[in-house]
Design a protein around this ligand. Sequence first.
Ligand code: TXA
Ligand code: MG
Length: 346
Amino acid sequence: METQRFIVDNNVDSEKSYSQAVDLLNNGELVAFPTETVYGLGAVATNESAVKKIYAAKGRPSDNPLIVHIGTFAELEKYVDYISDKARKCMEAFWPGPLTIIFKVKPNILAPSVTAGLDTVGIRMPNHPVAIRLLQKLGKPVAAPSANRSGKPSPTEGIHVEQDLAGEIPMILDGGATGIGVESTVIDLTLETPVILRPGAITKEMFEKVIGPVEQPTHIEQKAGAPRAPGMKYTHYAPNAPVYLIEQNEQQVSRAIKELQQQGHKVALLGPQRFAHLVSNWFFTLGDSKEEMAANLFHALRACDSTAADIVLATVTSTDGVGAAIMNRLEKSAGGKWYSKDYQKQ
Ligand code: TXA
Ligand code: MG
């Protein structure tokens, strides 16, 4: 299958591209599109054979459910049983936006593969002009995971989707780089105390101002317990070379690079811009603020695969605000390994 990538932005007359995307979706095909977080790989969420194509194209395990994207508030009650007060407050505060809410699902409406056998469904209303225009033009719910091959970093540019899925899908709507860069926050509001299953740009601090206390188990804590977000148990965001985490301390990083190079390694460093002068073999900037880090992270992890690096050092940040989301993704990409604890002791 040939994959076509169409640029859709305000300076281009894109109407034809949207019509073609809508036709493809209505015919049970897949279309990749940008959201404000990462690119999604969409299929009509009520069409089982279309949804199955998502799992096949990504190589995604079939027990990992998909997020359903909607373009209007009115659609929500078609798919969910009950909208709690807390859910309403979160929707009012954060939709459209980078937030997925887990609801009890109404039976027999969405394609069974969307929910992977659970009695709940994750729903989100994205806040990206291309996603919203596509959803509203289509007028149907769209199941869409991140548009990467399973295990790879999520795509934050149209070209990333092409790298992973060329030949597997007919169409990519390319709206340029996504703004936020990490996937939506997933919160389970079906529980007595709400639990953040995946941290994102809507932070614990932001929720607590709107609905009171919420729990945010760390990646390690989630691994130890029964996984509530099925996606938690799979490898994620991994470049080909192993990733080790390291404190954002210039002396420590500089020493680590020297040690590794003396052992014959080629090192890719992911760090703040002010580390650019360090003598790693490759350097990919994470920028300086947490927002920049979130926006640059997946691009930087992907960029490692276009180098001959055989080890990646990634500097960490604190877990306040969107830092929790950054650290969650970094810990997964490193498989929890730290340079000081896990490499130097080998
Ligand atoms: O920002 C995003 O959320 C992007 C864009 C495209 O919208 N989508 C995305 O989808 O990241 P995906 O499939 O890569 O991640 C969905 C996560 C997985 O960890 C999955 O296990 C969890 O949400 N999830 C989905 N439905 C769930 C459910 N009913 N209960 C618990 N977790 C659920
Ligand atoms: Mg994903």
